[in-house]
Design a binder for this molecule. Structure first.
Ligand code: BES
Ligand code: MN
Ligand code: ZN
Length: 493
């Protein structure tokens, strides 16, 4: 998707579509009034008829016989008056509805006027970034293993503003387009089936990213080297699979610095549960168990695309969790890279087993901070549903930064406790740690398990089990939390 920013007023240039944001009330915004004139009063008549409710995101199409716009798309703000400003949550709904509408018609280009809208506490750059990332992501279609009848044609969006705001609008559009691309990378990888998207496939994706920039390097730690490093926990997860595990290590050095911010993704390319086999219904969705890894690759894609002045190390612990004669069994004790022994009471609690070794591995980078992203627990979905990502941290300042990044991008997280009281449930009679706690507070005890391996640096854990993909008729990866991560990394370089 290309975004062009320019200074232009309504009806000053030829366009396939002009988007008008307005309160669908008797007092139309200035641009909506002009549009109404071009449409011979059809917009105001539609509103008067009561058929067009003033609810944020409601939209209607018009095809004026005069003027320079082939189409006019009116999107209701839901505001009571034309000149009030929107709160940021409402604007995000408005942007999302606009993006969906634009991708539903056979138009290649559209224009949006930014002058007519104001968002409380948000500069034009944020407005422009929000629109561009939502529009880029709305154009995503899965095409890898299925023919799609009609692809969205939209390829170019013109953002119109005044001279004073032009630079900010451009900056926002560049950022938003890159974030949208990163989101789409994460969605593509998430949606790919487990027989295509294997640990080796993820490793190859990381190698491709390194070709995009001289500041980017990718290194793959293979099983033999993992063995030498003592990664007995990670290796115990891939033991039952014919797919070799991969520890994928990427470094993007967009600025000179010693201490990078590190992100670590869970990359279970299929989670059968192993010997603690999962039930059959809905098991196909466990192809999404690498969405943490996908968000890491999506985030790196965005940073490279932007040439961002940040120093980030990204690690993916990739493996397939399968039952077999060589698979790890409940009760087996394995030794992690940290030296801690782990009793594997349930082979379906495998995410923490691959992550703990990756989290020990990243100590070598002397990180400024480490954030892991994982579809770690069904319990997190029970606790928070599908709106909020679960956030756990051993440092409140880091938690606050991530919460704020989530708010800014509407890719929100909600903090959960990491108290010592919860840690007791991980006691084992036969190892330093058990890999599961009891039935209660499952997302918290999973995070507690990880906390034993992250004591030497500021660390946060994002449980995206409820937010990384949608089930049902709209089954598909969401690309979360790429927006949150990019926002966090750019603001805390
Ligand atoms: N990948 C799953 C978590 C998951 C399940 C995410 C369903 C989204 C939807 C993870 O590996 C897992 O199986 N966790 C177990 C842990 C349990 C055995 C302690 C779970 O959540 O049931
Ligand atoms: Mn599992
Ligand atoms: Zn899993």
């Amino acid at each position: 998707m290309d975004f062009l920013c320019k200074t232009a007023d309504f009806n000053q240039f030829k366009t396939e579509c002009t988007v008008i944001f307005t309160a669908a009330t008797n007092t139309l915004s200035a641009i909506a009034q002009n549009a109404d004139t071009l449409c011979e009063g059809q917009i105001s008549r539609l509103i008067k008829s009561g058929d067009f409710k003033n609810q944020v995101g409601n939209s209607a199409w018009f095809y004026p016989s005069t003027g320079k716009s082939a189409r006019i798309l009116v999107v209701a703000t839901g505001l009571k008056t034309a000149n009030a400003s929107l709160d940021s949550e409402t604007f995000i709904s408005l942007a999302e509805a606009t993006a969906q509408a634009l991708c539903s018609k056979s138009l290649k280009q559209a224009s949006i006027h930014l002058n007519d809208i104001a968002v409380e506490d948000q500069p034009v750059q944020w407005i422009s970034q929000t629109l561009s990332s939502r529009i880029t992501s709305a154009a995503y279609r899965y095409t890898q293993t299925k023919k799609v009848d009609e692809l969205p044609l939209l390829a170019k969006v013109t953002l119109c503003t005044d001279k004073a705001q032009l630079t900010a609008a451009k900056k926002g559009a560049t950022l938003g387009a890159a974030v949208g691309q990163g989101i789409n990378t994460a969605r593509t990888l998430g949606d790919l089936p487990g027989n295509i998207c294997t640990p080796t496939y993820l490793a190859n994706e990381a190698k491709l990213l390194a070709k995009k920039s001289t500041k980017f390097t990718t290194k793959i730690v293979e099983a033999a080297e993992m063995k030498k490093l003592g990664m007995g926990s990670l290796l115990s997860v891939s033991a039952g699979s014919d797919q070799p595990p991969k520890l994928i290590v990427m470094e993007y050095k967009g600025k000179a610095s010693k201490a990078p911010n590190v992100i670590v993704g869970k990359g279970i390319t299929f989670d059968t549960g192993g010997i603690s086999l999962k039930a059959g219904a809905g098991m196909d969705e466990m192809k999404y168990d690498m969405c943490g890894a996908a968000s890491v690759l999506g985030t790196m894609h965005t940073l490279v695309e932007l040439g961002a002045p940040v120093h980030v190390v990204a690690v993916i612990a990739a493996a397939e969790n399968m039952p077999s004669g060589r698979a790890t069994k409940p009760g087996d004790v394995v030794t992690s890279m940290s030296g801690k022994t782990i009793e594997v009471l349930n082979t379906d609690a495998e995410g923490r087993l691959v992550l703990c070794d990756a989290l020990t591995y990243v100590e070598r980078f002397k990180p400024k901070s480490v954030v892991d992203i994982a579809t770690l627990t069904g319990a997190c979905v029970i606790a928070l549903g599908h709106h909020a990502t679960g956030l756990f941290s051993n440092e409140q300042a880091l938690a606050d930064k991530l919460l704020e990044a989530g708010k800014q991008t509407h890719d929100r997280a909600w903090q959960m406790p990491l108290w010592d009281e919860y840690k007791k449930s991980l006691k084992s009679n036969f190892a330093d740690l058990a890999n599961i706690g009891g039935r209660e507070a499952g997302s918290v005890t999973a995070a507690c398990f990880l906390s034993y391996f992250t004591e030497s640096y500021p660390w946060a854990h994002l449980d995206v089990a409820g937010t990384a993909w949608n089930s049902g008729a709209n089954k598909g990866a969401t690309g979360r939390p790429v927006s949150l991560l990019v926002n966090y990394l750019l603001n805390n370089a």
